[in-house]
Design a protein around this ligand. Sequence first.
Ligand SMILES: *[C@@H]1O[C@H](CO)[C@@H](O)[C@H](O)[C@H]1NC(C)=O
Ligand SMILES: *[C@@H]1O[C@H](CO)[C@@H](O)[C@H](O)[C@H]1NC(C)=O
Length: 363
Amino acid sequence: MPTHYPIYCLHFFILFISVSSSGTQTGYSTSSAAKLAMFVFGDSTVDPGNNNYLQTPFKSNFPPYGQDFVNHIPTGRFSNGRLVTDFAASYAGVKENVPPYLDPGLSTDELLTGVSFASAGSGLDPLTAKLSGVMSIPKQMECFREYKSKVEEMIGTERTQALLKKAVYIISAGTNDFIVNYYGASGIRRYSYSIPSYSQFLTQQLQELIEDLMDVGARRIVIVGVPPFGCLPAVITLYSNQILHHKRECIATMSSDAQGFNQMVKQKAKELERNGSKIYHVDIYETFKDIIQDPKEFGFNKVYSGCCGTGLIELSYSCNAQSRLCSNASEFVFFDSVHPTERTYFLVFKALIPTIDLVLKSD
Ligand SMILES: *[C@@H]1O[C@H](CO)[C@@H](O)[C@H](O)[C@H]1NC(C)=O
Ligand SMILES: *[C@@H]1O[C@H](CO)[C@@H](O)[C@H](O)[C@H]1NC(C)=O
């Protein structure tokens, strides 16, 4: 497998032409009703492995990542197993897991039932992705447009339009903008923005994505709010002096910044709803807060450190096959020092089921 691809999605477009002209497209073209597809944009919370194909230090396609995934495959998901979007896709009967768009081996059926364009380390602020060498949101949108052209070649313009109209679009980003680009040691944005004005700026970026998606035909858009990011183990380690395992707690000011941002996005989502298009804002903040406030109730033992290594700082390459591991990841809220375990993601998914039902019922 090649270690990296040019970020430009054009490469895959060329790849596709040769497939479609060989006449391998069957099955789908005989059925007239569009299948339900899911399209995903954002950061590591929803990246199933796009970064495997990019030159970036933000990767997780090696053990112990994926240790509890099907066949223990480290796919590039930043967790020990599946993501919320994977659980949601199976629940909706779309497919078992949502694959990364940059995977050059995707089947026609995989393409037509949806892919993720998300890229770990990315954010709503294009500068966040630039700092990490990953795909910014505008770049992800560019890939989506390329995807659309591919699919038009496969099934025609009209059917593509029907597919894009019926699809559910999920956007999950924002945490990295705050924790890397604002509070961080290299947090350039801190010098030019206050928290409210930065939140405003991020909301504006999100609005551009939403409008772009609507222009392409999206009618059901789900925006995932940010979690209390002042509770991420690495954030506690880096931005407070609570190094010791005992006596660690969430950084309250950051969590209230997260809430402020969520409120702003929620308001914007309402304003942007157009005729026939629905925007859902899903609150994962409260679910995380409930878990963190009463972990035992949910079967967790460890909240403020991850399962991998010391759990205080390891992430991406510093969480690797040589790292010491906890014996039962399901007892940990976090797998590495930033990303939730599969079990946490499953609990978040469970809390979202009423919203997922609502989204699926609408059309
Ligand atoms: C919304 O759609 C309905 C029916 O298609 C139409 O009658 C109405 O004028 C539209 N409203 C706006 C604001 O576009
Ligand atoms: C691992 O932890 C989970 C959650 O607390 C628990 O349900 C499960 O039984 C544990 N597994 C083992 C092998 O101890």
